[in-house]
Design a binder for this molecule. Sequence first.
Ligand SMILES: [Zn+2]
Length: 256
Amino acid sequence: MNANTMESSVSNSTLLTLPPDLVSMRSQFFSPDASISLTRVEFDKLWPYMDNIYTLSNRGSLTKNGTRSIYYNCRLFRTKDYTPVDIAKRQRNRSCRTAIGCPAKLKVIYYGESRVEVSRQGSEMHNHDLQEIDAAKCNTAIRELAAGEVAKGYKPSHVHRNLRGITCEANRQVLEAAGGFNLALKDVHNAGKSWLATNKDIRLQGARDSWELQRAAAVETLSSKGWQVASLDTIRESDSKFFGILMLICMIFSYN
Ligand SMILES: [Zn+2]
C-alpha cells in the first residue's frame, strides 16, 4: 500500500489525526536523501512519531545567533546487546535483534524557534529497515495515544484490541501509519502505568469526557462484574442551543 492510499483511508478513525504525509515523512526521517526543512511547529508535531528511530548522541551548544545542532545515532547503533546484571530485573524481553551496529546518524539543526533542518550526518546508511526499529521500540506518539485511552478509563486489554483494529479497521491503519504495527499489550500496560503514576485521579479525568465515553466506561465496568448491560440513548432538542441527553441503562443481573 502506498503512503497516499494509506493516509486517505484512515481519515475516519476517531483515535488521532496524523500529521500530513506521515508515512512518507517517517521514511524521510529514517533515511534523509536531502535535508528536510520544516517549521518548528511542524517538526514538533512530527518528532514524537520519529523518536523511536534515533537515540541522542550529542547536543551541540547554542550559538550566538540562536542555532543549535543535535546529533543522533540510530537506535540500533550498538554492536552488543545490553545484558542487565540481574536478569530477573529485566523488564523487556523482545525477540528481535537490537544490537546490530547500525552506523546511520542524524543531525537536527534548530534555527531558534522558527525553523528546523533535518539531515543525514555523515554518509553511512542504515543496515536494516524502519520496521525493525518499530518492532523494537514504540515511539512517543503511540505510547501517548495508548496512555490517553487508558486515561479515559478503558482497560489496557480493550485499548490494545481497539488500537489493533479488531473492531475498527481504520484504527489499525492509523496505528500502522504511525509506526505501531507491533504494539504489544505490554506496551499499553506500561504506557497506562506511567500515565496513572502522574495522574492519580482518573475519575476526574473521566468526568471531563464526552457522554459517549462515560457511558462506554459504565457499560464496560458493569459488564465486567457480570451484569448484562444494554444502552439506549435519545436526544431531545428543546431549542437550537440545548440538547438534553437521556441515557438509560437497562440492567439485568446475571445469575452466572
Ligand atoms: Zn539504523
